[in-house]
Design a protein around this ligand. Structure first.
Ligand SMILES: [Zn+2]
Length: 281
């Protein structure tokens, strides 16, 4: 950053925030940085001052805008009720982030957020759209077990799960996991998809467990190019999963050579370009 000349010192933080990323932070810059304490990536930044800043935002009566905030330590917001539209767009969680049993009552956006350690949204309730985790990065485990996603689309498009991803017994209305990437085991057993479930261009690199999962409407598992959705080395289980509208279920260009489909009525399911055995290259 270098030494600022008198006169061109950026006294206000210009990090983009707001619903469309169109407004600027405007807070005073932190020490000799060009951004404020909330957006400073200094992991040793003044703990108390930062805590007071972001807790003031939580109490906001308008938008709860924590876009691109950098949380240097673990945060625990279990059972918190977010009564306003809540933005964690591009936020960085350096430590564990826990939102267990939290309630997002007016929409939430975690798009492009980066969770460097475990993220816990177990039993959280997302009451209204939008519920966005578009391009979010979960570098540790991601626990959405028992989470309830309300009306609207639970949008995990292009999200990347490096650790185990747990969505056991989660309840979705519409779910978009297109282009999402599950790099470790994923657990969607006993989840309920009450709207459409989109797994187009999704990648499961390890075991995928859909045991006892309920799909009420359209379901799409669609690969593209070399991506056949499911790994050729790990087990995929659809044991006892239930497709309420089998004529709207499609498996296109996918690998199902290690998939268990026992107990599934697949008579009307559309299987096109499915690989039932691993390629011997
Ligand atoms: Zn700022």
């Amino acid at each position: 950053m270098g030494t600022h000349q008198e006169g061109d010192v950026p006294v206000r933080c210009r990090v983009r925030m707001g619903k469309d990323g169109t407004s600027e932070c405007g807070r005073a810059v932190y020490r000799d940085e060009e951004v404020c304490i909330c957006h400073s990536r200094d992991l040793k930044k003044d703990e108390v001052a930062f805590y007071n800043m972001w807790h003031a935002v939580l109490a906001s009566t308008d938008l709860i805008d924590l876009s691109r905030f950098v949380f240097p330590d673990h945060i625990e917001l279990d059972r918190t009720k977010f009564g306003r539209h809540t933005l964690f767009v591009g936020a960085m969680f350096v430590g564990e982030a826990s939102f267990r049993n939290a309630t997002f009552q007016a929409g939430s956006d975690f798009s492009e957020a980066e969770f460097r350690k475990d993220a816990c949204f177990a039993d959280a309730a997302f009451s209204n759209q939008p519920m966005r985790f578009i391009s979010a990065r979960f570098r540790g485990g991601a626990d959405f077990g028992g989470a309830r996603f309300g009306l609207g689309t639970a949008n995990f498009e292009d999200a990347r799960f490096s650790g185990a991803a747990n969505f056991q017994s989660a309840v979705f209305d519409t779910a978009d996991f297109s282009k999402a990437r599950f790099e470790s085991d994923s657990y969607l057993s006993h989840a309920r998809f009450l709207g459409s479930a989109d797994f187009a261009s999704t990648t499961f690199l390890s075991a995928a467990d859909f045991t006892g999962t309920y799909f009420e409407r359209q379901v799409r598992f669609v690969g593209d190019g070399n991506n056949l959705v499911f790994a050729s080395t790990a087990t995929t289980s659809f044991l006892s999963s239930y497709f309420q509208a089998p004529q709207q279920v499609s498996f296109h260009h996918v690998f199902l050579g290690r998939a268990f489909l026992r107990g599934v009525d697949v008579r009307q399911v559309d299987f096109t370009d499915v690989e039932w055995a691993a390629r011997s290259s």
